[in-house]
Ligand binder design. Structure first.
Ligand code: PLP
Length: 425
């Protein structure tokens, strides 16, 4: 293994160039071209807190964070230590049988998730967690239709791919799973109109991430909950990006006082160190699983190592009140964004934000990649959202400090000034 800190700068630069060449040759040359044109030909070496260092020694504040996978920071020492200790004794464990780590995590999730959410099925990643949520909804209700939102993102696995609201990801793979209907986000009436006698569930992100950081009206989710109750349709909330403190509450649904029937979490649950995902649901839905206890299996899902890491992540988030810190840092960002909107109206149209889930809507599509490039020149790693290139997603780690917030704001100011200069030429 290459230990970057052992290499002199010239050797590090050579190793990096070779790795990028190999990546182009053996992974995908177009990925390399796209990343380079967005200034993201970075090779992560040291990773710490809210920052990452390129192998050449250049530091970046990480505002990509695997789309919200590093809420507790890069290589958080407490979580690294928990994993190291676990490695002395454990491995993934046999997925079919119980373990203390798995049982402890399921119990902890029941304690910290909203309302009467109680039972857990573990998985590895977010797409799998949503697949299971959809399977559970269909299996429990014995109905088939799933309503999701235009511009939504739920992953690229089977059921999730069918649920997402962006055709570009789906078209080459048609036919998809049948029974999926898309309605505009933030429109409760559209959901009510789409419900039929065969509707099993409504699946939503509380705030759309890939769709462009779309924050719904405060009344939206409570209205959807009410509609689901009246029509006896299950509500699935995908908290894979929004959860674990990101929006200023532990779960985004808490802002709206809404308890879903099924909730999914992944990404930051693994502390940026070990993949794990969870589909948590009301005990009442368990009837289906009592009849079919082994209906869904995942070899690596809820591995013992992943469970130990997730328990350490949860402890860290709660003991350090990261949701409250995220809310405070979000306010600091907001004050800076307001200045930028005034200063650069030709570039920045709108700010979308819930805590540290932040999106900058630019005035045209081409500005997403151009701003990524400019920001990288000023020490910030950031990228536009998957379903809307005119929106730059800023999702730093929740351990970000005030001076790092100011660093990002300053980089945004310099980047926008750079774009203005280019426009003037
Ligand atoms: C809201 C949401 N759901 C699901 C997923 C899929 O997660 P994974 O990539 O771990 O399958 C993502 C990933 O970005 C996501 O943002």
């Amino acid at each position: 293994m290459t230990v970057w800190s052992d290499l002199d700068p010239e050797s590090a630069r050579r190793v990096k160039e070779q790795a990028w060449r190999d990546y182009a040759e053996y992974v995908n040359p177009m990925k390399v071209r796209t990343l380079k044109s967005a200034g993201l030909d970075i090779m992560e070496a040291r990773r710490e807190g809210a920052a990452v260092w390129d192998v050449t020694g250049r530091r970046y504040v990480d505002c990509i964070t695997g789309a919200g996978s590093f809420n507790t920071g890069r290589r958080n020492p407490r979580i690294v230590e928990a994993l190291k200790q676990a490695l002395d004794e454990l491995d993934i464990g046999v997925f079919l049988i119980a373990s203390k780590a798995k049982a402890d995590l399921a119990k902890r999730l029941a304690e910290i998730t909203p309302g009467d959410l109680k039972w857990t099925m573990f998985g590895v990643g977010g797409g799998e967690a949503n697949d299971y949520a959809i399977k559970l909804a269909r299996g429990f209700t014995m109905k088939t239709e799933i309503i999701s939102a235009v511009k939504s993102y739920h992953g690229h696995t089977g059921f999730s791919l069918s649920a997402i609201g962006r055709e570009a990801y789906q078209k080459p793979f048609l036919p998809l799973m049948p029974g999926f209907r898309k309605v505009p986000f933030n429109d409760p009436q559209a959901i009510e109109n789409a419900i039929t006698d065969d509707t099993a569930a409504v699946l939503l992100e509380p705030v759309q991430g890939e769709g462009g950081i779309n924050v719904p009206d405060d009344v939206y989710l409570p209205a959807v909950r009410d509609i689901c109750d009246r029509h006896e349709v299950l509500l699935i909330l995908d908290e894979i990006q929004t959860g674990l403190g990101r929006t200023g509450r532990l779960w985004c649904s808490e802002h709206y006082g809404v308890v879903p029937d099924i909730m999914t979490t992944a990404k930051s649950l693994g502390g940026s160190l070990y993949p794990i995902a969870a589909t948590v649901f009301r005990e009442g839905l368990g009837d289906f699983l009592i009849a079919n206890p082994f209906i869904h299996l995942s070899t690596f899902g809820g591995s013992d190592l992943g469970a130990v890491v997730a328990l350490a992540v949860i402890d860290y988030i709660l003991e350090n009140d990261l949701p409250a810190h995220a809310a405070r840092m979000g306010e600091r960002f907001r004050a800076g964004f307001d200045t930028l909107v005034d200063r650069y109206p030709a570039i920045l149209r709108e700010v979308r934000q819930k805590g540290l889930m932040m999106g900058l809507q630019y005035t045209d599509d081409s500005l997403g990649p151009r701003m990524s490039y400019q920001l990288a020149q000023h020490g910030v790693m950031a990228i536009f959202t998957g379903n809307d290139t005119s929106v730059m997603r800023l999702m730093p780690s929740l351990v970000i400090q005030p001076e790092e917030v100011d660093e990002v704001l300053n980089a945004l100011d310099l980047a926008m000034a750079g774009i203005m200069r280019q426009e003037e030429k």
